[in-house]
Design a protein around this ligand. Structure first.
Ligand SMILES: O=C(O)c1ccc[n+]([C@@H]2O[C@H](COP(=O)([O-])O)[C@@H](O)[C@H]2O)c1
Ligand SMILES: Cc1cc2nc[nH]c2cc1C
Length: 336
C-alpha cells in the first residue's frame, strides 16, 4: 500500500491516529482459551501470545498462514570512525547473498514458510557521519520511512522486519541513548565483534553525536543519528499496525528503531512482541525500557531478522493450539 505521508509531520499525524486492538476478539479468544482441552493456564505463555495475536487480527479464532519477512539494508557514514569489525562493502555483498538465498535469514524464512523480501536502500550513498552532521535530511528519512511502509504486504498475517548495515550498531546505540537517556557507554557494545580500541571509538562516536544533535523529538533523533534501514523498520512497524498485522521484533538494531515509535506515540508497540534477546549487551536494557519480555534467548547477534524469524515458530505453535484444539465439549472430556 502506498504511504500516505510525505513529511515527518504527516507521518506523526498517521501515528497519532493508530489502529487499536479489537477488544471483542480478545474477549472471544479468552473465552475460547478457557474451553480448550487443557488445565487452565497449562500452555503458559503460548496462551497469552495466541490471545494477543487474536486481538490484533480481530478474530477470536485466527489463523497464521502468511508470515512476511522484510529486510532493509543501509550504509553508514559513521563507519569512517572505525566502528565495525567488517568493511562497509559487506552490506551490499550480504544483500546479494540474501537475493541468492545463501544467508541465515533465507533458511529461517523457508523453515517457517515466510515470504522474504530485501530492500537495498541507497547503498552507494551512505548516511552522513553523524559525529559531524545529521545522518539524513528530512527528505531522505521520509523516503526510507516510505520504503518501509510500502514493503508491508496487507495480505500477510505476521511481520518480521530485519536489517543489514555495517556500522548500524553504532547508529542503534546513539538512537537508544537519544531516546532513552543514560550515557554512551550504557548503549554501546561490540556489534560484529570490535576489539577494545574499536569499542572505545564507538562509544566516543555515540557521545559526540549526542552532544552535537538536538534529539529531543523521536523522529528527529531517527533523522540525526539513525540510518535508512532503521527508518525502514519504523515505517514497516507503523504500516503493520494499520493493517492489523502483528510484528515480531528482532535484535538490538530493530528494537532501537522500534523505540522511536515507543517514544513518539503511546502504545505504538502494542502490536509487537520481542522475538529474542540478542547477545549485544544493551539489548536487555532496551527491551526492559520498552516493557518487552523476549520469547527466546539463544545467544544470537546476527541481525537480518534472524531471532525474530526463529520466533515465528513459537507464534505459529501458539495460534495452532488456540485455533486447532478441541474444546472440552467437542472432545467429550470432563472439565475440572
Ligand atoms: O541484531 C542484533 O542484535 C545484532 C547485533 C550485532 C550485530 N548485528 C548485525 O551486524 C551488523 C552491525 O554490526 P556493526 O559491528 O557493523 O555495527 C548489522 O548488519 C547487524 O545486522 C546485529
Ligand atoms: C557476514 C555478516 C552477515 C550479517 N548479517 C547481518 N549482519 C551481518 C554482518 C556480517 C559481517
Amino acid at each position: 500500500m502506498t504511504a500516505a505521508f510525505d513529511t515527518l509531520d504527516s507521518f506523526r499525524t498517521i501515528l497519532a491516529a493508530q489502529t487499536v486492538v479489537d477488544s471483542d476478539a480478545i474477549a472471544g479468544a479468552n473465552q475460547r482459551n478457557g474451553q480448550l482441552t487443557k488445565p487452565p493456564g497449562a500452555l503458559g505463555r503460548l496462551e497469552d501470545l495466541a490471545i494477543w495475536y487474536a486481538g490484533w487480527r480481530g478474530n477470536p479464532k485466527p489463523t497464521l498462514e502468511h508470515p512476511q519477512v522484510v529486510i532493509f539494508a543501509g550504509n553508514h557514514g559513521v563507519c569512517a570512525q572505525g566502528v565495525s569489525a567488517f568493511p562497509a562493502e559487506v552490506t551490499a555483498q550480504m544483500v546479494a547473498n540474501f537475493e541468492h538465498g545463501g544467508a541465515a535469514i533465507n533458511q529461517l524464512s523457508k523453515t517457517f514458510g515466510a515470504k522474504m523480501t530485501v530492500y537495498a536502500m541507497a547503498l552507494d550513498t551512505p548516511t552522513a557521519d553523524f559525529t559531524t552532521a545529521p545522518a539524513m535530511t528530512e527528505a531522505e528519512v521520509v523516503t526510507a520511512l516510505q520504503t518501509g511502509w510500502n514493503a508491508v504486504d496487507p495480505e500477510s498475517d505476521l511481520l518480521v522486519a530485519g536489517e543489514m548495515g555495517i556500522g548500524n550498531t553504532t547508529a542503534a546505540a546513539a538512537l537508544a541513548c537519544a531516546l532513552l537517556g543514560g550515557n554512551a557507554a550504557d548503549w554501546t557494545g561490540r556489534g560484529t565483534g570490535v576489539d577494545d580500541a574499536g569499542l572505545a571509538r564507538k562509544t566516543e562516536a555515540v557521545a559526540k553525536a549526542l552532544m552535537l544533535h538536538d534529539t529531543s523529538d523521536p523522529l528527529e533523533a531517527l533523522r540525526c543519528v539513525g540510518g535508512r534501514e532503521l527508518a525502514g523498520i519504523v515505517g514497516a512497524i507503523a504500516a503493520a499496525r494499520t493493517h492489523r498485522i502483528p510484528v515480531i521484533l528482532d535484535g538490538f538494531i530493530c528494537t532501537s528503531a522500534a523505540a522511536v515509535l515507543f517514544k513518539a506515540c503511546d502504545g505504538a508497540l502494542d502490536h509487537t512482541v520481542a522475538g529474542h534477546l540478542s547477545a549485544e549487551g544493551a539489548h536487555r536494557r532496551l527491551l526492559k525500557e520498552l516493557g518487552k519480555e523476549p520469547l527466546l534467548n539463544f545467544g544470537l547477534r546476527l541481525g537480518e531478522g534472524s531471532g525474530a524469524a526463529l520466533a515465528i515458530g513459537i507464534l505459529q505453535a501458539a495460534v495452532a493450539c488456540h485455533s486447532g484444539m478441541a474444546t472440552f465439549a467437542e472432545a467429550g472430556v470432563s472439565d475440572g
